[in-house]
Design a protein around this ligand. Sequence first.
Ligand SMILES: [Zn+2]
Length: 270
Amino acid sequence: MPELPEVEVTRCGIVPYIENNVIARVAVHTVNLRWPIPTELNVLLSNQTVSTVSRRGKYLVLHCSTGSIIIHLGMTGHLRVLPDSAKPSKHDHLDFFFNSGILLRLNDTRRFGTVLWTEADPQQHKLLTNIGPEPLSELFNDAYLYQKSRGRKIAIKHFIENSNIIAGIGNIYANEALFHAGIRPSTPTGKLTNSSCHKLVNAIKDVLIVSINSGGTMFDFRNGSEKLGCFHQNMMVYNRGGKPCQFCGKIIKQKILGKRSIYYCQTCQR
Ligand SMILES: [Zn+2]
């Protein structure tokens, strides 16, 4: 499932192909994603220039002349840049054709993705306006996490996965960051000390930066060729239940917390 690093890697991958390029036409192959794709996209976007591509949490925003396209990749979505002669196949739901001879294609097996159009400020859109600070910004710091966590009884893993608290963190990076911070995923949020908030803030920033720099965990087509991102090689706990901790050698625990798996080392995380 794409989290902040995967979306940022996608953004970096598509920017050289679509920024400052003109959309020739849009072909909607499947209307029904999480919400219906606006069928009038072709009329709205033909001959518009994509001025910039930004990211907010797990959302991509393609800023055009008269409005913005908001894209969320859902659980299985990904964007690809292809020659405009490439025929769509199953699960290819949307193509943006550019005057330059390429197309930007959305493929999404499970169809939980989102493509919406807004002519207002996209940051004020109801999907984006309540998102918490970007974890790689200065707004996300020790004092912020400490203050937000006071009095909260929910597990720290669920707390940091809440996009109203921090943007863009999901199952993979929550598990990994908590390992690096030495904190058990089930720890009640309000019990975090100043010191543990400091460690967790740094761990979140570090795992996200390492992942972005290694191409995330999904598709990485920076530098023009599509390949798999290689953050898997850096994973210490995620999907490693039953395997030895790479730090201390104890077996990584896998449990269910709130319907989803948590992974942690009993020795390294307290
Ligand atoms: Zn360990």
